[in-house]
Design a protein around this ligand. Structure first.
Ligand SMILES: Cc1cc2nc3c(=O)[nH]c(=O)nc-3n(C[C@H](O)[C@H](O)[C@H](O)COP(=O)(O)OP(=O)(O)OC[C@H]3O[C@@H](n4cnc5c(N)ncnc54)[C@H](O)[C@@H]3O)c2cc1C
Length: 317
């Protein structure tokens, strides 16, 4: 068995990549198949994922659109369908700012593709990113819509928005390597996109996992203490039983003996406003100490690139 400390990585370099590259990079975390990434592996990976309905992978890339709409009735129609997973602001009287993941835009079209404004924005997205819409567009394709002008914003343009809009429309991902109890708490934050290492697919007895189970060092027990030794013995016994079960059953069956201390990788992708909400809850004194262990330093790391949103927040001591 291996024991490692918890850690995290802000995925800012993925912001510089194309949407397909970032979706594949995040999606492969579930299967721990990052070694299969190549120059042309993203399109087939994404087609397969969408076909199988593993749709949360398509939540890992967000697009911001600026939409000029001539007729108010088209705006009203969009608001009337209450697009739950899009951020929509009226930047000016006739201008909407709309941010959403590839998944959110796909499902907006699938559910409300009859609306003129939805046709107009989907046309723009499908022109730029045909891969994400090839399976759901009509064969004849889509035409631009009269009176609806759609422009995709660059990340620099999103970063230049006034703070209130910036906080809602700027998304950032973080990869956590933490124990299973912490990931279980993280995934309670419903507005985020999540992808998690799958214990159903990962077989920790394989050589790519070092033929062993990895556990996260518990912050509660000092190394060498009597409690730490008890914890260590429990993990060693659990690993033995897990590997024994794998001789005759699948990872998804054997995982039923794995404990909260098991190392798990999790990507959390959310806008800055939602991160602010999570920092307030998860750095508070009442939060799980194992959660605070990663969220307090992460908050400090968010203050550097995004001071306007996070600089005022100080964790309770
Ligand atoms: C100290 C602490 C102790 C906790 N203890 C427990 C526990 O014992 N048991 C337990 O089950 N959970 C517990 N939790 C989890 C907690 O109840 C929340 O599920 C979790 O913190 C997610 O935060 P959230 O509900 O504020 O919002 P998020 O899911 O992060 O959502 C963000 C915002 O979206 C809105 N929102 C999202 N979904 C809905 C909805 N369905 N309806 C209305 N508004 C919505 C709300 O405005 C919310 O503030 C605990 C959390 C903390 C911080």
């Amino acid at each position: 068995m291996r024991v490692i400390p918890p850690s995290y990585e802000i995925l800012s370099e993925l912001d510089q990549q194309g949407l397909a590259v970032r979706i594949e990079a995040c999606g492969r975390l579930c299967y721990k198949s990052e070694d299969k990434i190549s120059a042309d592996s993203a399109p087939p990976f994404i087609r397969r994922i969408l076909k199988h309905g593993h749709n949360s992978v398509a939540e890992m890339a967000v697009v911001t659109l600026k939409i000029n709409v001539d007729r108010e009735s088209d705006v009203v129609q969009l608001f009337a369908v209450l697009p739950k997973y899009l951020q929509i602001d009226r930047a000016e009287k006739k201008t909407l700012l709309v941010s959403g993941s590839v998944r959110a835009f796909r499902e907006l079209f699938q559910g409300h593709g009859n609306l003129k404004i939805v046709k107009g924005l989907t046309h723009c997205l499908a022109e730029k990113h045909p891969l994400f819409f090839e399976d759901i567009l009509p064969k004849r394709g889509l035409l631009p819509q009269e009176g609806i002008l759609v422009e995709k914003l660059t990340l620099d343009e999103v970063d230049a928005l006034p703070t209130d809009l910036f906080a809602k429309h700027r998304y950032i991902g973080v990869k956590f390597i933490v124990n299973r109890a912490v990931t279980h708490e993280m995934v309670r934050h419903r507005p985020c996109g999540f992808l998690q290492e799958s214990q159903r697919y990962c077989r920790y007895s394989d050589s790519k996992f070092g033929n062993q189970v990895t556990f996260i060092k518990p912050l509660f027990y000092e190394e060498g203490s009597a409690e730490y030794k008890t914890w260590e013995a429990a993990m060693a016994e659990t690993e033995r039983l897990y590997i024994k079960l794998l001789e005759t059953s699948s990872p998804q069956a054997a995982r039923t003996v794995l404990p909260n201390s098991c190392k798990t990788e999790l990507i959390v992708y959310a806008n800055l406003l939602q991160w602010l909400h999570m920092f307030k809850l998860r750095t508070s004194k009442g939060a799980d100490p194992s959660m605070r262990e990663v969220m307090i330093p992460l908050l400090e790391d968010f203050k550097k690139p995004f001071p306007a949103v996070f600089a005022h927040l100080t964790p309770e001591q």
